[in-house]
Design a protein around this ligand. Structure first.
Ligand SMILES: [Fe+2]
Ligand SMILES: [Fe+2]
Length: 238
């Protein structure tokens, strides 16, 4: 999921740009991991080589995005911990599932459709991001063009394989479903701020209610020792 600047964001905002580059770097790295897993587990040498090439492209993209981010960080002297690339974020932000790889859950025909649809969306996001930087950061715009060529290739190869190995009707149904799911996922990510505007007050209200209710609970206590933690019985903890 990429959180890209809205089209209404006219001026170049270095910090926001670094944040987006960091998200892209994480997404590319996660994509590289998924491809590597697929390469190791597919029982087909030709496909395995294709997945490895794809994985290498994604790692390269992640490296480029990180470099671009670092350039802006040093140029504008930005000092923000949140802009560091932290591998754990791949899990915490949902770029990688904690308990499985996508390839484990999908048959190769469906996996190809999933990859193709997501590469298409990633490409559109990247085009929007690059256009946003076109006037102020021409060098970054140019670097992104080389990544876009790879992404185009990824989508094309995956969808060509999917078309060949699914019936035409089945392909159309599956790709439409995958495009809708991906669209909704990205829509959710792009509107996270608006959604949190709705859900944050609800969360605070729930916490206040739970806090008030806890005042009426009588916790069982052992009073034999003077240690607060030991005085509370585990079964009385809420
Ligand atoms: Fe990529
Ligand atoms: Fe890609």
């Amino acid at each position: 999921m990429f959180l890209i600047p809205k089209s209404s964001l006219k001026n170049f905002d270095p910090e926001r740009c670094c944040f987006v580059l960091n998200e892209f770097a994480a997404a590319e790295f996660a994509s590289g991991l998924e491809m590597l897993y697929a390469a190791k587990n597919i029982n087909n040498k030709k496909l395995s080589e294709g997945f490895i090439r794809h994985a290498l492209d994604e790692y390269k993209h992640s490296f480029i995005f990180n470099n671009l981010k670092n350039q802006i960080v040093s140029e504008y002297k930005i000092n923000k911990k949140g802009l560091n690339f932290v591998p754990n974020h791949l899990y915490n932000k949902g770029y990688i599932f904690k308990d499985h790889f996508i390839f484990e859950k999908k048959k190769i025909n469906n996996f190809a459709i999933f990859i193709g649809a997501n590469e298409e969306i990633a490409e559109k996001k990247l085009v929007a991001f690059a256009n946003h930087l076109k006037n102020q950061k021409k060098s970054i715009f140019n670097e992104i063009q080389s990544i876009l060529k790879d992404e185009e290739k990824h989508a094309e190869y995956s969808l060509r394989f999917a078309k060949k190995n699914n019936g035409l009707l089945s392909y159309k149904i599956k790709i439409t479903k995958e495009r809708i799911i991906s669209y909704l996922r990205h829509l959710y990510a792009n509107n996270l701020n608006k959604l949190s505007f709705i859900f944050y007050p609800i969360l605070i209200t729930i916490l206040i209610i739970v806090g008030l209710l806890s005042c009426f609970l009588k916790l069982k206590k052992k009073t034999s020792i003077d240690d607060i933690m030991n005085n509370i019985e585990p079964n009385s903890m809420v």
